[in-house]
Design a protein around this ligand. Structure first.
Ligand code: E4P
Length: 218
């Protein structure tokens, strides 16, 4: 399973990348706003840090304007993955970007299995189902991941399932159990995956016993 971080905060991205945990990055207009930077500059900085796909989202809603923006975003760096919304224009742009620009495309704002089916048919590199936002309306977001996994496997679609709107470490575990290809999670959620009280307790006991030996290594 690949780990993407869902942020435009360059400091957090650098820290996770240095840990060797990052396979890619996802941004969106809200995350760019939060970063306080300009999309072209922030995206370039991120692409200089991370080798894997860095999703940058178009903000147009009409096909030809989306294509213009896609070309601008693609020029920022070779690893920019163009993010388009799950609309008819977005799907049309997805198909063109994949076939004519040979770029990775992340189709975002997916909330149903049929939408994911359309994205796969449009040749999407990634489909982003938003599990947290589905949970927010009282429906189990992970059921959607299971449905998409089954549909993609039924037809051998190569589109990767990128579980988005991840809010908890449990989302990450469930996504891995279902066989999702990628999770994108906030930096704090990715770092929290390491936590276990028995690890802390065991380490404290080992270190206390080690101190009693009076030895040192190296
Ligand atoms: C995915 O690409 C989106 O940027 C993101 O996961 C949305 O998450 P949110 O629902 O926490 O805003």
């Amino acid at each position: 399973m690949k780990f993407f971080v869902d942020t435009a905060d360059v400091k957090d991205i650098r820290e996770l990348n240095d840990l060797g945990l990052l396979d890619g990055v996802t941004t969106n207009p809200s995350l760019i706003l939060k970063s306080g930077g300009k999309i072209a500059e922030v995206t370039k900085q991120i692409c200089d840090i991370v080798k894997g796909p860095v999703s940058a989202e178009v903000t147009a809603t009409e096909y030809s304007e989306m294509m213009q923006q896609a070309k601008v975003l693609a020029k920022i760096a070779d690893n920019v993955c163009i993010k388009v919304p799950l609309t008819l224009d977005g799907l049309k742009a997805c198909k063109t970007i994949r076939t004519e620009m040979n770029r990775l495309v992340n189709v975002t704002l997916c909330f149903s299995a049929n939408q994911a089916l359309l994205a796969a048919k449009a040749g999407a590199s990634f489909i982003s189902p938003f599990v947290g936002r589905i949970d927010d309306i009282g429906i189990d977001g992970m059921e959607l991941i299971q449905e998409i996994r089954q549909i993609y496997d039924n037809y051998d679609f190569q589109t990767e399932i990128l579980v988005a709107s991840v809010r908890t470490v449990n989302h990450v575990k469930q996504a891995a159990l279902i066989g999702a290809d990628v999770v994108t999670a906030p930096p704090a959620t990715l770092k929290a995956l390491v936590n276990h009280p028995l690890t802390d307790k065991g380490l404290a006991a080992f270190l206390a016993d080690w101190a009693k030996t009076g030895q040192s290594i190296g």
